[in-house]
Design a protein around this ligand. Structure first.
Ligand SMILES: [Zn+2]
Length: 86
């Protein structure tokens, strides 16, 4: 892990965001970074599951927690999927 602002390697983990992404604090420049979402793509069966869960009234963040994706990833994929179906 290298600081994206100053290139320093003195980067420490700094807790997690509410969506589960790891944040880092650079000890050199004091700026914070958030790791990139781990999953840009979703497996088809996870997406089907996610759509079903949304239909049953679960929130995007709850689905994200259960399936282990970022909430933004879940929302983007579900919206794309449901647009296609309608
Ligand atoms: Zn830095």
């Amino acid at each position: 892990m290298v600081c994206r602002w100053c290139g320093s390697r003195k980067v420490a983990k700094n807790g997690k965001k509410s969506d589960g992404r790891q944040t880092y604090l650079c000890k050199e420049c004091g700026r914070r970074m958030v790791e990139r979402p781990k999953y840009k793509r979703m497996r088809e069966e996870d997406l089907k599951m996610a759509v079903k869960m949304k239909d049953e009234g679960m929130s995007y963040s709850a689905i994200a927690r259960v399936l282990g994706y970022g909430a933004t990833t879940i929302r983007t994929h579900i919206q794309k999927k449901t647009l296609k179906m309608r």
